[in-house]
Ligand binder design. Structure first.
Ligand SMILES: Cc1cc2nc3c(=O)[nH]c(=O)nc-3n(C[C@H](O)[C@H](O)[C@H](O)COP(=O)(O)O)c2cc1C
Length: 330
């Protein structure tokens, strides 16, 4: 369990914010599977939000069952970020997080995301502005630095702590690295030794064993999982089970089928515009270890209607379930 002021994060596991992926529907699905202590919105533009962009407002949609839930903002203008912070607070979020890691050209061009790791004077102004505007807990999520020669995690961590930030998540890759290479967990250990506020380790956890190893190697107070939860949404539950000496959930092909159906159901209830893209994306994640999954993926990517995607998935699972379950067991 991890406590950030009045928020009890139990267990101390976080779902990474992932733009275009971790919307309210996905977050609820993860929460329902169990073992995830905190979820966060996709990063939301402070500029867009304060200019009443519908897209930005939509990103801050959440359900009560997601709590505790953090809103993540990005931007480079202290005034806009302060105003957006007040809006987030009015929406009832439990905490606010500032994105200091996004490597996307569009974001860094405007000096947001990881660009702020090189603009420490502006960053300090922003931290002060958000801190003054927020009465809810304030956290940041950073990368290690801009490049290998500009690793600033410790300096930024200390600055964040000195300016009232209450927890820090570190994805120890540089902006230049993007998502290539390996996350250097030793920087998480260094940050943990350097600051008093909770440190959440992130990067390359794809199994419960990885989560154990990160905690043991870095001493971090919590762990955050992104891509690993896309292909295995049961990972949080499995970590909880491992922590408690329980047998690990081994999702069957029928469990995956059920999860796809649950996801589609939630998508339709939410009336998300153009859900077909999300349906295809989601179905493809869970059909990787399933026999003949590749042909299903090809066929659903050619579909143009939601009902067609659904029918292909139903047909695939209904025809191949007995075979698939049997093959998985052998
Ligand atoms: C498609 C995608 C979108 C992402 N969007 C965000 C985002 O909106 N905010 C953020 O702080 N990090 C974002 N990230 C970074 C992740 O939160 C996480 O730090 C990174 O993927 C490393 O963790 P992992 O190895 O567990 O995936 C994104 C990553 C991916 C792959």
């Amino acid at each position: 369990m991890l406590q950030i002021r009045n928020i009890f994060i139990d267990p101390a596991t976080f779902l990474s914010p992932m733009a275009g992926l971790t919307d309210s529907v996905f977050r609820r699905l993860i929460k329902r599977l169990g073992g995830c202590g905190l979820v966060m919105t996709e990063f939301t533009s402070a500029e867009g939000l304060t200019r009443n962009s519908f897209k930005s407002q939509r990103m801050l949609f959440y359900h009560e069952e997601e709590r505790p839930v953090t809103a993540q903002l990005f931007g480079a203008d202290p005034h806009r970020l302060a105003e957006a912070t007040r809006m987030v607070e009015d929406l009832g979020f439990d905490a606010i997080d500032l994105n200091l890691g996004c490597p996307a050209k569009k974001v860094v061009k405007g000096c947001g995301g990881s660009a702020l790791l090189r603009e420490t004077q502006l960053l300090e102004e922003i931290l002060k502005a958000i801190r003054a505007a927020a009465s809810i807990p304030f956290t940041v999520k950073i990368r290690a630095g801009w490049s290998e020669t500009e690793i600033v995690a410790l300096q930024v961590g200390k600055m964040a702590e000195d300016n009232g930030v209450e927890a820090i998540t570190l994805h120890p890759r540089t902006r230049v690295q993007g998502f290539s290479g390996r996350a250097d967990w030793s920087i998480i250990a260094e940050l943990k030794a350097h600051v008093k506020i909770p440190v959440i380790g992130n990067g390359d956890i794809v199994s419960p064993e990885d989560a154990f190893r990160m905690r043991a190697e870095t001493g971090c107070d919590g762990i955050m999982i992104g891509r690993g939860a896309l292909s295995n949404p049961w990972i949080f539950r499995q970590i909880f089970e491992m922590d408690n000496g329980l047998p690990l959930t081994q999702p069957s092909v029928s469990d995956k089928y059920q999860l796809i159906k649950d996801y589609f159901q939630l998508l339709f209830e939410e009336e998300i515009p153009g859900p077909i893209g999300k349906m295809k994306q989601f179905a493809s994640w869970f059909t990787h270890a399933i026999p003949f999954g590749a042909s299903l993926r090809k066929s659903i990517y050619e579909s143009t209607e939601e009902s067609e995607v659904m029918a292909k998935i139903d047909q695939f699972f209904e025809n191949s379930l007995p075979l698939a379950d049997c093959e998985l067991k052998t």
